[in-house]
Design a protein around this ligand. Structure first.
Ligand SMILES: Nc1ncnc2c1ncn2[C@@H]1O[C@H](COP(=O)(O)OP(=O)(O)OP(=O)(O)O)[C@@H](O)[C@H]1O
Ligand SMILES: [Mg+2]
Length: 200
């Protein structure tokens, strides 16, 4: 018998706090936690290496199969952090938490990583447009997608909020969307528009 809805997804643009928050959540909430990209590399669920983008291309079918097996064999929830929530089979997912960060704060966090201007702009633009959130909503539906603003909140507080929502002491509501375009001035958006063409 397949246990449906055992997976909790933590997703978001790079730098929104997935790794920091998932680590605390796993400890506090007593849940097994996995990083989807690390899992794919560790298990060899890779089709090729994309030299241009300096990244592995994931074998999504094998990864989805593995997650299905895992959710069958584990009693409690499993937390999976990823940039690409849409890879996880929707019927296995109970809740998806999308971490959101104010684009100007995210820019600072990514610049601190010494990423190229192009890579910073590309990711900040993805956050401005809410790419991860809208993909999650289109795959899992409004009712499974919870957005959390991590700009000013400590990772511990965010992890507490997620844990209590998972365990049913609900504080968060699904379907509440964050739209940075309503918060930013036009010039603050245009600052990141050269993300497509510029060289590293
Ligand atoms: N809620 C927060 N408040 C302040 N700083 C935070 C918060 N969450 C994360 N950070 C900081 O932001 C940085 C990025 O966090 P983290 O590495 O967890 O992001 P990530 O989403 O896992 O990124 P990636 O997708 O690249 O792995 C870290 O330096 C972390 O300390
Ligand atoms: Mg991370």
């Amino acid at each position: 018998m397949v246990n449906l809805g055992k997976i909790i997804v933590i997703a978001g643009t790079p730098g929104t706090g997935k790794t920091s928050i998932t680590r605390i959540l796993s400890d506090k909430c007593g849940l097994k936690a996995l990083n989807l990209s690390e899992l794919a590399i560790e298990k060899g669920f890779i089709t090729m290496y994309d030299e241009a983008r300096n990244t592995y291309v994931i074998n999504e079918e094998k990864l989805a199969q593995y997650i299905q097996e895992l959710s069958r064999n584990i009693e409690d929830y499993v937390v999976i952090q990823t940039h690409y929530p849409e890879i996880i089979p929707g019927e296995l997912v109970e809740k998806t938490f999308i971490l959101r960060t104010h684009p100007l704060i995210l820019e600072k966090r990514l610049v601190e990583r010494e990423w190229s201007k192009r890579k910073v702009n590309e990711n900040v633009m993805a956050e401005i447009l809410g790419v991860v959130a809208s993909n999650a909503v289109s795959v899992f539906g409004e009712d499974k997608v919870y957005e959390i603003d991590t700009s000013e909140t400590k990772p511990e507080e965010v992890a507490d909020l997620i844990c209590s929502t998972i365990r049913g002491f609900t504080k968060l509501k699904p379907g509440v969307r964050i739209d940075w375009l309503t918060v930013l001035k036009p010039e603050e958006v245009l600052k990141f528009e050269d993300y497509m063409g510029s060289e590293d």
